[in-house]
Every structure is written in C-alpha cells, then in structure tokens.
Design a protein around this ligand. Structure first.
Ligand code: ADP
Ligand code: MG
Length: 257
C-alpha cells in the first residue's frame, strides 16, 4: 500500500487566533517503506499523523491510499502515551481491535497471543497495564497495532517516554517485527538518531507552520545492528540532519542558527 499526501494543509480555528499548523505537505511512500518525520515540537507532526489516520480533517489538500484493498484496515496508530485500555489485560488489549472487526474469539485470541509473544510479553498476557513498566506498555501498543494487520502503520513518538537503553531495545524489536510483517510505516520522532537508525528516508519538517524542508535517504543496509550507531557514515548523516533541524529549533527559540 502506498500513501500519498498532496498539499496537506491544516489551519486550526481558535478564539485567540487561527493557527496554521501544516502548510502544503506533499510526500508519498513506496511499498513497505519506513519513513520518519522529524521536526521541532509544535511543528505539526501529530496533526499530520492524525490527518493521515483520518482522525482530523485537513483544511486543504488530500491523503490517498493506493494499492489493492485486502480487507485489512488501512491504518493503525500507536501514540506516545498509553494508547491501551487500563482495565483490559495485555491479551485483551491486543485482541480488542480484532473483536471490533467481528473476528471469532478463538481466532483473535490466537493472533493476539502470537503478537504478545513476538514482543516478549508471554508471561504478562494476563496482566493489567498498570502492572507493567512504560516500555512494556508501549510493547502492548505495538503488538496491538501489528495484530490489526494494517496496511500502513502510523507511530507518534512511541518511544519518547523511555530511557535510552529501553528505547534502543524497542527500536530493534520494532525493526525485527517490521521485517517479519513488512508494511509502510510513517514514524514521527524528534530524535534524529532514532530516525536514522530506523528509516529508509527521513523527512525534516520546519517549525510551525510545518513544511517539508528536506528529504534525506538513509542508505544503510538492513538488518540494522546496534553498532551502526557508531559508524562514521552514521555520524556524518546525523550531523547533516542536525544542522537542518538545529536551524528550525533556533527559530523557535528566537536565536540565530
Ligand atoms: P507536534 O506534534 O509536532 O508537537 P502538533 O501537531 O501537536 O505538533 O501541533 C501543531 C500546532 O498546532 C501547534 O502550534 C499546536 O499548538 C497547534 N494545535 C494542535 N492541536 C490543536 C487544536 N486542537 N486546536 C488548536 N491548535 C492546535
Ligand atoms: Mg506531537
């Protein structure tokens, strides 16, 4: 499934004045591409993902999904904060969207178990989210998104609340899941290292209103190993992306880049 955004624009109407959040965002993805969007906070990343998910209506432009319809949902979204239900067990959380789709109990339990296993939560299948660490709860959200088998997966800073070690582990787990269940991923982050480690291509957004200021292909082979983070080419690309993002962040701070 390909995703095509053409001139996506969003103005929020607010009593204090209208906010132009996104200004003519255009990009498209190729089949099973991993695209990262990076940009300073407030630049419209969440707005863009919600528009792609169909949760927010753009004020201009359009989002299209191109490809054969398989009956699977077009997209699923993983949020930064817990997007799982605190009163449901891990297994029930993962199975819930399948239940909504009317899948019979035995089948949805089997699929949910498979993905709970895949994210290493087998022993915690009966636990409630409140009994889990932040990293484990994010694993539940990821398992649930993959279990839905969406054609495009949308992720909004899913690891932003994690410590550095847990973040690195979950990044590798996500890449492993993605390689076993390939599909287009649009992944939002403000973390440049994360974007380079994961993505096939990084789109850099400007400060508000969000515009695409650069599009940077990431040439590294897969599977990506942790040692990649120390390679000279990685560090060069990181410096390049930093220089692009730094300029945007300095605009927010009101300083010179
Ligand atoms: P990001 O995810 O990059 O931090 P957001 O998409 O959350 O950015 O927000 C982009 C801009 O739109 C910000 O200036 C924010 O204050 C504004 N905004 C977001 N949601 C709303 C809303 N519901 N009403 C008014 N303004 C909003
Ligand atoms: Mg956001």
């Amino acid at each position: 499934m390909r995703l095509i955004c053409r001139d996506v624009t969003k103005t929020y109407l607010a009593p204090q004045g209208n906010v132009l959040a996104l200004d003519r965002i255009s990009f498209s993805t190729s089949e099973a591409e991993f695209v990262c969007l990076v940009g300073p906070s407030g630049c419209g990343k969440t707005t863009l993902l919600k528009i792609i998910a169909g949760l927010v209506r753009p004020t201009g432009g359009e989002v299209r999904y191109e490809g054969p319809r398989t009956g699977a949902p077009l997209n699923a979204m993983v949020f930064q904060e817990d997007s799982i239900f605190p009163w449901m067990s891990v297994l029930d959380n993962v199975a819930f969207p399948l239940e909504i789709r009317g899948m019979p109990l035995a089948e949805r339990r089997q699929i949910a178990r498979e993905f709970v296993d895949r994210v290493g939560l087998t022993r915690f299948a009966g636990h409630l989210p409140g009994q889990l660490s932040t990293g484990m709860r994010q694993r539940v959200g990821i398992a649930r998104a993959f279990a839905c088998n969406p054609q495009v997966l949308l992720m909004d800073e899913p690891f932003a609340a994690l410590d550095a070690q847990m973040k690195a582990i979950l990044q590798e787990e996500l890449l492993a899941l993605w390689s076993a269940h390939a599909r287009t991923i649009v992944y939002v982050t403000h973390d440049i290292d994360e974007a380079i480690f994961m993505a096939d291509r990084v789109l850099v957004l400007s400060t508000q209103p969000g515009r695409i200021v650069a599009e940077v292909p990431v040439p590294f082979a897969r599977p990506r190993r942790p040692a990649l983070r120390g390679h000279a080419e990685f560090l060069t690309l990181r410096e390049h992306l930093w220089s692009l993002v730094r300029g945007e962040v300095m605009k927010v701070l009101g300083g010179a880049a």
